[in-house]
Design a protein around this ligand. Structure first.
Ligand code: PFF
Length: 454
C-alpha cells in the first residue's frame, strides 16, 4: 500500500526531525512579526482566545490532512495529489490543487524574502546603534530610508534568497535536515533570551493582562476572520509546505501526535513572541495597535532607550531572521521537488531556477516601496497584490480543497490507515472537523475577504 511507497528525495531521520522542520516552517514572520501586531490591532486577549480556537478547530485538522496526503503520495504536492486521485478513482484534475499550493508558496516566498531581508538588515542597524536614543520620527525615518532604497533592499533580499537556495540545493538530509537541526535550537535559545530580557526590563503585568485577559467587547466579525487567516498562515497551510514535509515523514510516525506537537509549538512561540514584544511596548508607553510597523518602527525605539537594548535588539532581529529562513526553505522545497520529479533536474539546478524565479518576483515587491509605489492597478501595488492573491485568495482556496479532498473524496479506509488512528472518537472528531467545520470556516473567510458577504 501507500506506506510502502518511497520518496525519491529522501526521508527525515526520525519524526523528531519532522517536528523540527514543520515547526520551523510554521514559526516565522507570521508568528513573530505578524501575530503580535494583528493581536494589537484586534484588541488583545479576546483575539488570542479566538485564535487558539481557530488553530484547534480548523488549522489542526487541515494540517493533519496535508500531512497524510503528503505521506501517502510521497512526492511533491502536485504529483502526490495526482497519484492519490488516481488511486482513489478520482479526476486527475485534483493535481491542480497541488499546482495551486506550489504557486501560492512561490508567490509568498517572493515577498517573504523581501520582508525577511528587512529583519536581517535590522540585526546590523540595531546592533550598530542606529536607534540609540531614537525618537518616533527618527525610527520611522530609518525604516523609510531602508524601504526607500531599492538597492539596499535588493542586497538583503538577494542574500536571504541565496541562503534559502543553498540549503534547499543540498537536499532533504544534507540541507533541510541539517539546517533545522542547528537553526531550531538556536531559535529556541534566542527566544528564551529575548523573552527573559523583555520580562526583566519591561512591563510584564501590562503585557500579560493585554494578551490573556479577554475583553469580548473588542471582538468584531473582522477580528474572527483575522484570527482564522492568521492561524492558516502561521501553520503554513494551503501551500504544499506541510504536504511536502509530510512526504518525508517516516511511515511509523503517528500523524495526529506529531502534528499536535507542531501546532502546540507554533502557538507557544507566537505567545512567547507576544511576551517578548508587549512588555517593551507597554514599558515604553508605545501604542500596541500600531500595525505592521510594530516591530520595525515601534519596538526599535524601545530597544534604543533601554539598557542592553543594542545587543538584545540585534538578537531579536536575529531571531526573526532565523525563523524566516526555516520557513522560506519550506516554501522553496515543494517547487524544487516538483522540478526534480518532472524535469529530472538535479536538486541544485531545480532550487537555483525556482529561487531565481521567486527572487525576480520579489524584485517587483521591493520596487513597490519606492520606484513603483505609484503603480497601483485596482488600488494595490505589486507587493500588496502578491500578498492578497497568495494569502487572501489562494491560501484559503487551497485549504478548502485540501479539506474537501481528505474529508470527502479520499476513502475512509485510506485516511484511517494513513492517520494510524483506531476507528473511534478521535478519528470521528477529525473527520467531522475536516468535513464540516474547517470547510465552513474557510469558506466564510474567503467570501468575506472577497467582499462577497459584506
Ligand atoms: N508559517 C510561516 C510564518 O508564520 O511566517 C509562513 C509560511 C511558511 C506560510 C510556509 C506558508 C508556508 F507554506
Amino acid at each position: 500500500m501507500a506506506a510502502a511507497r518511497k520518496s525519491i528525495h529522501g526521508e527525515w531521520s526520525s519524526r523528531w526531525v519532522f517536528i523540527l522542520a514543520a515547526t520551523g516552517s510554521a514559526v516565522g514572520l507570521g508568528s513573530i512579526w505578524r501575530f503580535p501586531y494583528v493581536t494589537g490591532e484586534n484588541g488583545g486577549g479576546a483575539f488570542v482566545l479566538i485564535y487558539l480556537l481557530c488553530v484547534a478547530a480548523v488549522g489542526l485538522p487541515i494540517m493533519m490532512a496535508e500531512t497524510l496526503i503528503g505521506r501517502r503520495g510521497r512526492q511533491s504536492p502536485i504529483n502526490s495529489l495526482k497519484t492519490l486521485a488516481k488511486e482513489e478513482g478520482l479526476s486527475s484534475n485534483w493535481q491542480f490543487l497541488g499546482w495551486l499550493g506550489v504557486l501560492a508558496g512561490f508567490i509568498v516566498l517572493s515577498f517573504y524574502s523581501v520582508v525577511a531581508g528587512w529583519a536581517v538588515a535590522y540585526i546590523f542597524y540595531v546592533g550598530g546603534g542606529a536607534f540609540a536614543e531614537a525618537s518616533v520620527d527618527m525610527s520611522g525615518a530609518q525604516f523609510d530610508a531602508l524601504t526607500g532604497s531599492a538597492w539596499r533592499m535588493l542586497g538583503w533580499h538577494s542574500l536571504f534568497m541565496l541562503t534559502t537556495v543553498v540549503i534547499v540545493a543540498r537536499g532533504v538530509k544534507g540541507g533541510l535536515e541539517q539546517a533545522v537541526k542547528w537553526l531550531m535550537p538556536a531559535l529556541f535559545v534566542l527566544l528564551v533570551v529575548v523573552v527573559g530580557y523583555a520580562m526583566s526590563i519591561g512591563d510584564v503585568g501590562a503585557a500579560i493582562d493585554y494578551l490573556f485577559t479577554p475583553d469580548f467587547s473588542q471582538v468584531t466579525r473582522s477580528s474572527v476572520l483575522a484570527a482564522l487567516g492568521q492561524a492558516f498562515f502561521s501553520l503554513s497551510l494551503g501551500m504544499g509546505a506541510i504536504m511536502i514535509y509530510g512526504s518525508y515523514l517516516p511511515a511509523s510516525a503517528s500523524i495526529p501526535k506529531t502534528i499536535g506537537l507542531v501546532a502546540i509549538c507554533d502557538t507557544l512561540v507566537a505567545l512567547l513572541a507576544g511576551l517578548a514584544i508587549f512588555p517593551l511596548v507597554f514599558g515604553f508607553g508605545l501604542e500596541p495597535g500600531s500595525g505592521a510597523g510594530l516591530v520595525f518602527v515601534s519596538l526599535t525605539i524601545a530597544f534604543g532607550h533601554m539598557p542592553g537594548g543594542q545587543v538584545f535588539g540585534a538578537l531579536f532581529f536575529a531571531l526573526l531572521s532565523v525563523a524566516a529562513l526555516t520557513s522560506a526553505i519550506s516554501l522553496l522545497e515543494p517547487i524544487a521537488a516538483w522540478l526534480v520529479e518532472a524535469m529530472h533536474w538535479s536538486r541544485r539546478r531545480a532550487s537555483s531556477v525556482a529561487g531565481l524565479g521567486a527572487w525576480l518576483l520579489g524584485v517587483g515587491s521591493l520596487l513597490s516601496f519606492n520606484y513603483w509605489s505609484h503603480i497601483k492597478p485596482f488600488g494595490r501595488n505589486f507587493f500588496e497584490w502578491s500578498e492578497f492573491l497568495s494569502t487572501t485568495v489562494m491560501l484559503p482556496v487551497g485549504g478548502l480543497l485540501v479539506a474537501t479532498f481528505a474529508g470527502w473524496r479520499m476513502s475512509r479506509a485510506s485516511t484511517l490507515d494513513e492517520l494510524g488512528l483506531p476507528p473511534g472518537v478521535f478519528y470521528s472528531a477529525w473527520r467531522f472537523l475536516v468535513r464540516i467545520v474547517a470547510p465552513l470556516g474557510v469558506l466564510v473567510i474567503l467570501l468575506n475577504s472577497l467582499d462577497v458577504i459584506g
